[in-house]
Design a protein around this ligand. Structure first.
Ligand code: PMV
Length: 328
């Protein structure tokens, strides 16, 4: 078949899914070592649309459109190797897993800032598996999708704890460990997300912590246990959240995932009797802060002169992976 024009092919009905980003409120990094973390989904979503050629023609190619950057690529499945960007490798991995064996179009759009600790790669992984799964099975099975999305997350991050794909799949708020997935009703008032705009790599920060843990076994174990205690306090005493954020942040700093820019922002908040911490891997990306009833402008004024890209106020505890009627 010579024709590369998809408009001439008979395409199946579009399948559209979306899934949310997330905030880790407490327990990041410790969760990699089996401790419990507290995580909530947020009202920023990634949307993905899959259209598959209705006729099987042994044509293994995908047209991919990342709408946010208007990046368009046509991928020949057989040519993709490890030199390709991870997101392309991930798409091909799932395409092969579901044995599509026909041409397809994938369109992606996201509200979630990339590489900021808000779960953009997990939402991508969950939606990717979700839309191919729906194409094959015509219904969503969260357990199966989550398991496979974890494998996609491994392409992005090595051996993550699974917290990000799990919250993006199931939504709401969760107490999560490698052994536990417990739904929680959790509501925090006056929570702001502060995006430092500083690039960060989850893989690098997780590796940094691993080196620390291996070199300082007893000290590290004590820190990780203390972090888990913070999570317990967050659950049992949400009214103490400001102090608990500070304590969790202090422990993250001891693990080596903070830096001067982050410390400075958090010190400015403390001066005003506010409180914040890293959310996610650290080293940059986003912080979360309890800002009383201050406005975004007031927080920006307090933090002026610091590296602040954006401040978000988001809904927490939203729906996980879902099928959408249309691509927005
Ligand atoms: O990728 P991030 O920034 O959301 O970090 C994920 C949380 C970590 O605990 C640092 C890693 C993990 O796999 O749980």
């Amino acid at each position: 078949m010579e024709c590369r024009s998809f408009c001439l092919l008979k395409m199946s009905q579009p399948i559209v899914v979306s899934s949310p980003g997330k905030l880790i409120l407490g327990g990041e990094h410790a969760v990699v070592y089996g401790k419990r973390a507290l995580v909530t989904s947020i009202g920023l979503r990634l949307y993905m649309q899959l259209i598959v050629n209705a006729e099987k023609m042994n044509q293994q190619s995908i047209d991919i459109h990342f709408q946010d950057t208007n990046r368009k690529e046509t991928i020949d499945i057989e040519l993709v190797n490890e030199s390709y960007p991870i997101e392309i490798q991930a798409i091909v991995f799932i395409y092969k897993h579901f044995q599509i064996n026909r041409s397809a179009q994938l369109t992606i759009r996201s509200d979630i800032p990339i590489g900021a600790g808000l779960g953009s790669s997990a939402a991508f992984s969950v939606c990717l598996v979700g839309c191919f799964y729906l194409w094959q099975n015509e219904k969503i099975d969260p357990d199966e999708i989550n398991q496979l999305a974890y494998q996609v997350e491994c392409l992005f991050h090595g051996t993550p704890s699974g917290i990000d794909n799990t919250i993006s799949t199931y939504g709401q708020s969760l107490v999560y460990s490698r052994q536990l997935r417990q739904h929680m009703e959790f509501h925090l008032k006056n929570l702001a997300i502060i995006d430092t705009g500083i690039p960060k790599s989850t893989k690098r920060m997780v590796e940094l912590v691993r080196l620390f843990v291996e070199a300082n076994r007893d000290e590290a174990e004590a820190i990780l246990n203390e972090i888990e205690k913070c999570v317990e306090t967050m659950i049992a005493h949400p009214e103490e959240m400001k102090d608990t954020f500070r304590r969790n942040q202090d422990l993250l700093k001891q693990l080596g995932v903070s830096n001067d820019a982050i410390d400075h922002i958090l010190a400015k908040l403390t001066e005003q009797n506010l409180s914040g911490k890293i959310t996610g891997a650290g080293g940059g990306g986003c912080l979360i802060a309890l800002i009383d009833s201050l406005t975004k402008e007031q927080v920006l004024e307090i933090l002026k002169g610091n590296s602040i890209k954006e401040i978000y106020f988001v809904e927490c505890g939203v729906e996980g992976l879902r099928q959408e009627e249309t691509f927005p």
